[in-house]
Design a protein around this ligand. Sequence first.
Ligand code: KG4
Ligand code: ZN
Length: 352
Amino acid sequence: MRVIGIESSCDETAVAVYDAARGLLSHRLYSQIALHRPYGGVVPELASRDHLRRLLPLLREALDESKSERDSIDAIAYTAGPGLSGALIVGAGFAASLAYAWGKPALAIHHLEGHLLAPLLEPNAPQFPFLALLVSGGHTQLVDVASLGHYEILGESLDDAAGEAFDKTAKLMGLPYPGGAQLAELAEKGRRGQFVFPRPMLDRPGLEFSFSGLKTAALVALRGRVLDDQIRADVAFAFQEAVVDTLAEKCRRALQLTGRCRLVVAGGVGANRRLRIKLAQTAEANGAQLFFPRPEFCTDNGAMIALAGCMRMAAGLAAKAGAGAGVGVVTRSRSFAARAKWNLADVASPMG
Ligand code: KG4
Ligand code: ZN
């Protein structure tokens, strides 16, 4: 079985081809970072237009690289949500058109399901069930993954997502968009103990997160100082430690609560080196194994969507994964699904 994956939910356009027997055959990605950088953040209208420009060339490249002809493709999977409406509609419309023209099924995939399955692209893939920490620009969630399509949200952020907190703090420190990775790089040169930021929500039980106060802590630390590179690095270090400590402690609690012995970290912030080190320690101390995708599959990509599509096709879940709006459903009709908001816990249940 061979599936094309199409991702266009935010500021990356990506196309991949995944084969159930041979694994990932091709993945192509175009990042819009340079396009949005002058504006300090993603401009939705520009994102949509650029997805439209990039999708067809990327598809051609992915088909060439994977040596896939039309007949060898079994389905077209695409990100149906959550994400930016216009950006989603471009990818979904493109995927559904291709599927219709080729007479193949189109498969609407939840973006976060793609993220949490991304570690399965690696040779050392986790088995179900597992606990997943999803840390992206738009979401911070602890998810109990019983099996494909069975997701229980154990806790999530009450305000900013972890990636959003990284990006906002980076911005107020004068780092260019998208900031998160640059803030992490700056933190590598920071000194421990120069600044200490609060660990939000650790003083009470539960698995919720709150990160919006940390950018204020960074602002207060920076205010009224003559900023040199070392002080900026020290603030970045303190910020990163606060986020990473908080995520690790919530993972520890969730491992204890669920008794799961596998911990998966996925989403853009999963590329953070310090977080990986800290989570490896947490997992080991709690008798669990840690799994994460390589950094390029932590951030948005088409490979995770192709994989999710292939797994859903193979499991035969697709046919019963949704209804009504066509979300999660295999369709040969001309309709397609795009949902800016879509709860991961609803992914396998009928909708309409
Ligand atoms: O999963 P993703 O590519 O897109 C969403 O679905 O949101 O995540 C992007 C987020 C951004 O907020 C970005 O700043 C953050 O991931 N990010 C990082 C690192 N690399 C990307 N945050 C911290 N450390 C990193 N190394
Ligand atoms: Zn994402």
